[in-house]
Design a protein around this ligand. Structure first.
Ligand code: A3P
Length: 330
């Protein structure tokens, strides 16, 4: 897309945003509803402008998640897997030990959000193949060049138990809110938002179901992963990811323990200790905050520490009920 068409698409959606249904979240960005999904207001125009103008290359890899599903981790893993011929995962000068996964694998919406300062087209053109980019957009709001049946580029979706994502999001809001943790309401409010479908880029069930359906229809181009699988079988899941991305681990690599080295490089402890992840900053738009907000516990079932059984049951029931129709198995 030309710089003019990108700028005019952004301007068009910025002008549209104030007329869209609004949800004022307590402690997070205001959300606006478009095409059945709730966008953080500042990400609506960049997401939809990318949908309208981004031209995918056949070699592109698009990582898709809902916020707090493990985006940072997936970015690191996909980068390490696709770049391993240039940068061995046990190399002490590996890029992931010098920069945030969010800088190495940018969000497409961030590239568009920054367009006025750094034009998106040339920035994207300069990325080496395979370009690895991330989105929170629902499948139905992906650029057509990514989602049409004939598209050659690959999409990897990572989902996570919504209860753990809710807990993660609540902690994250408390860390990033410029007014301090006390300005964020109790966790029950985040549970309510998730159950009411106004979760950022939600409803969660529609987000999951769209990608689930796409992965069933085009399994060779859309992969559906779960955070829990990555936790329980890191090397095995990374092996499946590499195969899906068209760069399977060779027998020789498997014998040398390369999949395990990728998992170790991208582990929470290793990434958390990287200077850029400890002290670097993230963000434009809503707020600027320390990258350490992306690394907390990374546990399965942490919701038990924070939610009452009633909250958990309510959330489970809503999500299950909504997903039943889609044939998605939680
Ligand atoms: P918790 O808050 O439950 O610990 P996102 O990257 O989508 O914002 O998701 C953040 C969640 O992923 C946080 O979950 C964070 O701790 C976890 N996470 C970040 N890096 C991780 C890693 N290398 N391994 C496992 N989990 C990770």
């Amino acid at each position: 897309a030309s710089e003019d068409s990108t700028a005019s698409a952004i301007a068009k959606y910025e002008a549209l945003a104030p007329s869209l249904p609004c949800f004022d979240s307590n402690g997070g960005a205001t959300r606006r509803k478009h095409g059945g999904f709730w966008y953080p207001e500042h990400l609506l125009a960049p997401t939809l402008a990318a949908r309208d103008t981004f031209a995918a290359r056949p070699t592109d890899v698009i990582l898709a998640t809902m916020p707090k599903a493990g985006t940072t981790w997936l970015k690191a893993l996909a980068f390490a897997v696709t770049r391993r011929r240039l940068h061995a995962p046990d190399d002490p000068r590996h890029p992931l030990l010098g920069a945030s996964p969010h800088d190495l694998v940018p969000f497409l919406h961030t590239v568009y959000e920054e367009h006025r300062a750094v034009p998106a087209g040339p920035r994207l053109d300069a990325m080496p193949a395979p370009r690895v980019l991330a989105v929170h957009a629902p499948f139905s709001a992906l650029p057509a060049s990514v989602s049409v049946p004939g598209s050659k580029c690959r999409v990897v979706y990572l989902c996570r138990d919504p209860k753990d994502a809710v807990v993660s999001f609540w902690h994250y809001l408390r860390k990033i809110n410029p007014a301090g943790p006390g300005s964020v309401g109790p966790i029950s409010q985040v549970v309510d938002q998730c159950c009411d479908g106004v979760w950022p880029f939600g409803p969660v069930w529609d987000h999951m179901a769209e990608y689930w359906r796409a992965s069933v229809e085009r399994p060779e181009k859309v992969m559906f992963l779960r955070y829990e699988d990555l936790k329980q079988d890191g090397a095995g899941t990374v092996g499946r990811l590499a195969a899906f991305l068209g760069c399977p681990f060779t027998d020789e690599e498997a014998a040398r323990g390369v999949p395990e080295a990728v998992v170790a490089l991208c582990s929470m402890d290793r990434l958390r200790s990287v200077h850029a992840n400890r002290d670097g900053v993230h963000g434009v738009g809503f707020t600027v905050f320390n990258n350490s907000a992306f690394f907390r516990k990374g546990d399965i079932g942490d919701w038990k520490e924070h939610m009452t059984p009633e909250m958990a049951r309510r959330l489970d029931d809503v999500v299950e009920e909504e997903l039943r129709e889609s044939g998605y198995l939680l």
